[in-house]
Write a protein that binds this ligand. Structure first.
Ligand SMILES: [Zn+2]
Length: 122
């Protein structure tokens, strides 16, 4: 299947290996794999890649969202910190929305973690 992160690559050669346990080498890879995990409801993966300082207790009562697409706009990264700006489109209860966010990531213990994000005006 095509990868849900809209990379144009097949899932098994894109986000799939990260969901299987391979560590993402870049923050953008992690961001894409987390988007795909939202699409595929891989909540364990989302929790695992969420920095402990900001990780929610549970994702169980999230509203049901249908994710429609991802576009990564910009990535800035050094060895330990990264910011990834993206637009994700989704639907809740039949209504379409756009999430324009700049997400922050840190590299710790040989892995990237999502910390938090700023919502940007589109
Ligand atoms: Zn992917």
């Amino acid at each position: 299947m095509n990868c849900p992160c809209d990379s144009g690559r097949v899932y098994a050669k894109c986000c799939g290996p990260f969901h299987q346990g391979l560590a993402a080498e870049t923050a953008e890879q992690l961001m894409r794999s987390r988007y795909s995990a939202f699409v595929l409801n891989l909540y364990d993966y989302l929790m695992k890649t969420w920095h402990t300082s900001t990780r929610p207790v549970s994702l169980a009562d999230e509203e049901p969202v249908r994710w429609l697409g991802l576009k990564v706009k910009n990535t800035q990264s050094d060895l330990l910190h990264a910011e990834v700006e993206f637009i994700a489109r989704y639907k809740i209860a039949g209504k379409a929305w756009k999430l324009h966010e700049k997400s922050c990531f840190v590299f710790e213990d040989n892995s990237w973690y999502y910390v938090d994000g700023d919502i940007l005006e589109s």
